[in-house]
Design a protein around this ligand. Structure first.
Ligand code: PGA
Length: 253
């Protein structure tokens, strides 16, 4: 039985005290909740990883990084390594987000290298894939998804250690959510690909999250789709009440 994962991606938002206030409030909001079937993850900017991780230690949520470098260590000014995340016991890391693909020209090859480095350190990647609006209009969504899966997961062993996030680029930060049917169609395609390329078990056990303008109003109809196992949430994860209410919805399902 797959857990529902509700993950917040803060991107480049929140000042120090805002981050602190959010995390303490989230911690309070989750305290009385039975989270057996739901995993809550917050991905803050890397400068707040230590703060976040300290608060998470006494709370019911987990922390993920938003990015990591594909090199082990050395002269890469401004970057952070997988070993650094590991040394702080950070359990998750987003890779392949469309904003990184777009603004930092991250290729499937680099994303694949990051993913393998994370696995060497037993950190679970939240591996993002998704088509642009032009690609959807050209009717090549499925080809794009399959090629991102083939590229990002090339020569990767999966055993309960990858989370995939399907995030249609046209739905990110735009207020335009994929319909539950549009999202489910691609999630089912991803699950099928996992079964063909790995096994029925891997396909059945790998969480596939949806991302793209998920909010308290649409979260339920998305989460009840058979192949949607949670959400990677940007805008609505900056407001602790909205984020907590999405967790509450997931708990009730
Ligand atoms: P959004 O972002 O919820 O603001 O659309 C999602 C994401 O980019 O992960």
């Amino acid at each position: 039985m797959r857990k529902i994962i509700i993950a917040g991606n803060w991107k480049m938002n929140m000042l120090f005290t805002e981050a602190e206030d959010f995390l303490f409030e989230l911690s309070d909001n989750l305290e009385e909740k039975n989270l057996n079937s739901v995993e809550v993850v917050i991905c803050p900017p890397s400068v707040y990883l230590e703060l976040s991780s300290d608060i998470a230690d006494d709370s019911k949520f987990f922390i993920g990084a938003q990015n990591v470098n594909d090199n082990s260590n050395g002269a890469y000014t401004g970057e952070i390594s997988v070993a650094m995340l590991d040394s702080m016991d950070i359990p998750y890391c987003i890779i392949g987000h469309s904003e990184r693909r777009k603004y930092y020209a991250e290729s499937d090859e680099v994303i694949n290298a990051k993913l393998k480095k994370l696995h060497e350190n037993e950190i679970v990647p939240i591996f993002c894939i998704g088509e642009t609006l032009t690609q959807r209009e050209q009717n090549i969504t499925k080809d794009i998804i399959l090629s991102q899966l083939n590229g990002g997961l090339k020569d990767v062993e999966i055993e309960d250690n990858v989370i995939i996030a399907y995030e249609p680029v046209w739905a990110i930060g735009t207020g335009k959510t994929a319909t539950p049917a549009q999202a489910q169609e691609i999630h089912a395609l991803i699950r099928e690909w996992l079964e063909e390329n790995y096994s029925k078990d891997v396909s059945g056990n790998t969480p596939i999250l949806y991302g793209g303008s998920m909010n308290p109003e649409n979260v339920k109809e998305l989460l009840i789709q058979p192949d949607i196992d949670g959400g990677l949430i940007g805008g609505a994860a900056l407001d602790v009440s909205k984020f907590s209410s999405m967790v509450a919805t997931a708990v009730e399902l």
